[in-house]
Design a protein around this ligand. Structure first.
Ligand SMILES: *Cc1c(COP(=O)(O)O)cnc(C)c1O
Length: 404
């Protein structure tokens, strides 16, 4: 088949990021897909209504099943990641619980990586347990020997790579190789890498989950989750979401689509800045370890290099002297870093993180600080870290000045 630059199948991912989901018939010449507010959809006949109802997981039927703005976002994200279809839901946590719920029933068993996002563990312990679904946690480095943990009633393996807080890299190829030929679905939380830096469907996943609140939104003003599915798992996912009545507003879908267009450009800069800050921290006497897969010294570096095409701007570091008061003093003493939950916006953030584990200790001695490196000049971020590290040695923690 002859290929031209206008053939979508031959365009490179960076080009597709600017093109995907731009439905010409909706745009009518405008560059962007419009924000379509809709609950009711009108049909010319009962037959047309019934046909749309039958096909409600694939097209426009009623606002709760999706609007044209949501479809455009879902189409773009699924294409970027190499999945079949995607579904937008109200938050990243909703994406995690929905994906799991679409696969399990009472009496089932699931495997979850020990370095998962805290609320993922919370959902397993606080909700699935009562539902009669049992969770076994496995260490992130397990790879192919995960086969030893599979039971006849195991439905899914839930991974997150790199892991939350401590950034362990998983061997997804080894795990998906082991699961091949079984009915066990591989599900991953791909929020850290985004579809730009890890095309999860090249690694045999059934679902790839994103907190679009983070890099896809990219501006700290949006809550949204996305589940990208392969063909076999798409309809059960959509059906479960329909039972739960999950849907998202078109204004938020518009914001997510808008964020998506600049995702790669922002990520490249997050990566460059984060590497500069991580290398600087690594050379400091106060710092024991920097947990960032893009560093040659990181334990998961080789697998990261094999599977990922980049590193985003989120990493942690551990102090040489594991003194929680000093850690707090550093976090309190930073001026340019916003202190709080979440990350993935244009701004730098800091947060002390805990790493609860079920399979033995986390790969750190004491408390660690998580940094999100934003789009500021890294020289200013380094200067801020330098003053905070230096002052923390002799400094008592003090409350941060209230924001003006
Ligand atoms: C933030 C986060 C989530 C949850 O996303 P929300 O949109 O805040 O619900 C899920 N997974 C990871 C890895 C996250 O960092």
């Amino acid at each position: 088949m002859p290929s031209t630059p206008f053939d979508a199948r031959t365009q490179r991912p960076t080009t597709r990021l600017t093109q995907a989901g731009r439905n010409e018939s909706l745009c009518r010449g405008a560059v962007n897909v419009p924000v379509v507010h809709a609950s009711s959809i009108g049909f010319p006949s009962v037959a047309a209504y019934e046909a749309a109802e039958k096909d409600r997981f694939n097209g426009l039927f009623y606002g709760r099943y999706g609007t044209p703005t949501a479809f455009a976002l879902e189409e773009a994200v699924a294409e970027m990641e190499g999945g079949y279809r995607a579904l937008a839901v109200p938050s990243g946590v909703a994406a995690i619980s929905l994906a799991i719920l679409s696969l399990v029933k009472p009496g089932d068993h699931i495997l979850v990586v020990d370095s998962c996002y805290g609320p993922t563990r919370g959902f397993c312990e606080g909700y699935l347990k009562e539902l009669g679904v049992e969770t076994t946690y496995f260490p992130a480095h397990l790879g192919g020997s995960i086969s030893g943990l599979l039971r006849p009633n195991t439905r899914l393996v839930f991974g997150e790579s790199p892991g939350s807080g401590t950034f362990e890299v998983m061997d997804l190829q080894a795990i998906s190789g082991t699961l091949k030929g079984t009915e066990v679905a591989l599900v991953i939380d791909n929020t850290w890498a985004t579809p730009c830096f890890l095309r999860a469907f090249d690694h045999g996943v059934a679902f790839s989950i994103h907190s679009a609140t983070k890099y896809i939104g990219g501006h700290s003003d949006l809550m949204m989750g996305l589940v990208v599915a392969d063909e076999a798992h798409y309809e059960p996912l959509r059906r479960t979401a329909a039972f739960l009545g999950l849907c998202v507003g078109p204004d938020d879908c518009y914001l997510a689509l808008r964020g998506l267009r600049s995702l790669r450009a922002r990520l490249e800069m997050h990566q460059r800045n984060a590497l500069a800050v991580a290398r600087w921290l690594e050379a400091r006497g106060e710092v024991a370890r920097v947990l960032y897969p893009a560093l040659e010294s990181a334990p998961g570096h080789a697998i990261w290099r094999r599977d990922f095409s980049g590193a985003s701007g989120l990493f942690s570091f551990e102090l040489a002297e594991p003194d929680p008061a000093r850690l707090t003093a550093i976090a309190d003493g930073l001026e340019l870093f916003c202190l709080g939950a979440s990350w993935g916006g244009y701004e730098s953030m800091v947060l002390p993180v805990k790493a609860p584990r079920s399979c033995g200790p986390a790969p750190v001695e004491g408390a660690i600080l998580r940094l999100h490196i934003g789009l500021e000049d890294p020289a200013d971020l380094i200067a801020d870290l330098e003053q905070a590290l230096t002052r923390a040695v002799s400094w008592q923690s003090r409350p941060r000045q209230a924001a003006q």
